[in-house]
Unconditional design. Structure first.
Length: 267
């Protein structure tokens, strides 16, 4: 597990290229900071590299658009080429392309915010979002990361994996309703399996309830869709409608998602 909370993939026995690994670690660190730019010494200390080496790496990445700096040259943040690479990822992913129209349908039918996310280590990355047009709504964005144990998307996906995959707690609490122990999360995941979908009742964001549905075109599932709704607008009737619509959307996505026909099988 890295400092950013993402599990590193195996290299298949090939020796890791240290300079490439350091570059990726720097970019991930800057991306994780969001709107909090970093100073040179902070980055050098965080990654455990000499200040001179970090400065040289930053200047190289600035010249190529992957890192940006302020007018004084003392603050550093993620650059625009990271956005371009991320956009390319979304545009080239066949599953995202398939799911997008169904998110539109769910948004139109329910009037609520609809998400698609993918499991990445212990987190879920948001790959597509359709926001509600209601004044009172949940706000999210593509590229957001959320710990899998606190959200509807993440819990729907964790329920598809063996319990042994879950790390020991305690887990981070984003709200007073978040599961912080392995035992509590395991009990919730058992309910998800029995129910067929996950429910996040203000575990990730206070005032927001989410309903998550794993997309089983992979085994175990890597992707999920969800519907988020403010507590103030959630009635039993609306909850039943959300579950019915999202179940239908899931079934249709699974029936049409690419799994053959020459499409690459990405890992």
């Amino acid at each position: 597990m890295s400092e950013t909370g993402v599990e590193r993939p195996e290299t298949g026995g090939v020796r890791e290229v240290k300079s490439a690994a350091r570059t990726v670690e720097l970019l991930e660190l800057l991306a994780a900071r969001g709107d909090r730019p970093a100073r040179l010494q902070e980055l050098a200390d965080e990654l455990g590299v000499p200040r001179s080496s970090m400065y040289a790496l930053l200047q190289t990445l600035i010249s190529r658009g992957w890192v940006r700096t302020d007018i004084t040259g003392s603050l550093y943040g993620i650059g625009i080429h990271a956005l371009l690479a991320g956009t390319s990822y979304l545009d080239s992913d066949p599953r995202v392309r398939v799911v997008r129209p169904y998110l539109d349908e769910a948004s139109e039918a329910l009037g609520e915010t609809i998400h698609m996310g993918r499991l990445d280590g212990r987190d879920v990355a948001y790959l597509a979002t359709r926001e509600s047009h209601e004044y009172l709504r949940t706000i999210s964005r593509v590229g957001r990361r959320l710990p899998a144990h606190v959200g509807a998307l993440g819990k729907a996906l964790l329920a598809e994996w063996p319990d042994e995959r879950l790390p020991e707690g305690p887990y981070e609490a984003l709200t007073p309703n978040s599961h912080t122990s392995r035992e509590a999360l395991l009990a919730d995941l058992a309910e998800v399996r029995a129910r067929g979908y996950s429910v996040d009742r203000e575990e990730g964001v206070l005032g927001i309830v989410g309903f998550g549905f794993a997309l089983r075109y992979d085994s175990p599932a890597q992707d999920a869709v969800s519907c988020s709704v403010p507590v103030a607008r959630l009635t039993p009737e609306h909850e039943r409608q959300i579950v019915a619509v999202m179940r239908e959307i899931r079934n249709r996505i699974e029936a049409t998602a690419p799994g053959a026909g020459g499409a690459p099988s990405w890992r």
